[in-house]
Design a binder for this molecule. Structure first.
Ligand SMILES: [Zn+2]
Length: 277
């Protein structure tokens, strides 16, 4: 499942190739996503110039002329690829090309989603802040609002494991399962620790580790385990830098103790029993 670094990498790539381009025509080939693509989307978006591409949590926001925003979420298996004439489509099953945006230079932006958990919709800019998808999101993990003092306060009185809180989108927006394990390994804090028992200095370590891990992952174009692809259809390269995720039974890279796995909130979680307390 794409997490924040994948979506941020995709945002940066898309902006490099789509900056200033205009949508010439939009074709909805298959509206069946978990929430159906509106039949009005094509007419609403066609003819508009892409003025900016931003991101909130795991949502991409294509900001269009006339104060319309195209909101895109990749769900479990979605991809948004920019296809020029030489684009290699071998990895993509065209049966799952849900929406095709033709651009004014003849290239195409294609939303493909085999498992159909994604979301595409056009929203007037004025309605963005009250949108159900966005309104309850916590601060961005790479923003100054996600500070040690903020995290420390947010964990007070909470008995849930710290990892569950890091993955709670109301506490911090966009940290998912893979990176939560990596962040807590770097911060040397056990994922099962009760959030309310985190000290101020531990909160500071988590905030620092979050920034380091996410920036490193963005620099690698994210992590690909199964389906994530960037705008050119390429996988991310962060998987080789993962230090605990998916390494159950293997030696810790720091101390050689055996990495353990535990299920928290229904998600596989990995930690070193010696390095993380
Ligand atoms: Zn260790």
């Amino acid at each position: 499942m794409p997490e924040l670094p994948e979506v941020e990498s995709l945002r940066q790539m898309l902006w490099r190739s789509l900056s200033g381009r205009r949508f010439r025509r939009v074709t909805i080939r298959d509206s069946r996503l978990r929430r159906a693509v509106s039949g009005e989307l094509a007419a609403a978006v066609a003819g508009r110039r892409i003025e900016r591409i931003s991101r909130r949590a795991k949502y991409l926001l294509l900001e269009l002329a006339g104060d319309l925003v195209l909101l895109v979420h990749l769900g479990m298996s979605g991809s948004l690829t920019h296809r020029r004439a030489n684009f290699a489509v071998t990895e993509f099953d065209s049966r799952h090309d849900h929406v095709e945006f033709e651009l004014d230079d003849g290239s195409r932006l294609v939303y493909n989603d085999p498992r159909r958990f994604g979301l595409i919709k056009a929203v007037p800019r004025a309605e963005l802040s009250s949108l159900s998808e966005l309104k309850s999101l916590g601060p961005e993990p790479l923003s100054p609002q996600f500070s040690p003092a903020y995290l420390w306060r947010a964990t007070r009185g909470r008995t849930a494991p710290i990892k569950n809180l890091l993955m709670d989108q109301r506490v911090v927006a966009g940290v998912g399962n893979i990176y939560a394990s990596e962040i807590l390994f770097r911060a040397a804090i056990r994922p099962t620790r009760r959030a309310g028992r985190i000290t101020r200095s531990e909160a500071a370590r988590i905030v620092t580790a979050t920034e380091e891990i996410l920036r490193q992952a963005i620099g690698c174009g994210g992590t690909t385990f199964r389906s994530y692809r960037d705008s050119r259809g390429q996988p991310g390269r962060f998987a080789s830098l993962l230090r605990v995720y998916n390494r159950e039974g293997k030696p810790c890279v720091k101390c050689a103790a055996i990495i353990r796995a535990v299920v928290l909130g229904g998600r596989s979680t990995y930690y070193c029993p010696r390095c993380q307390r």
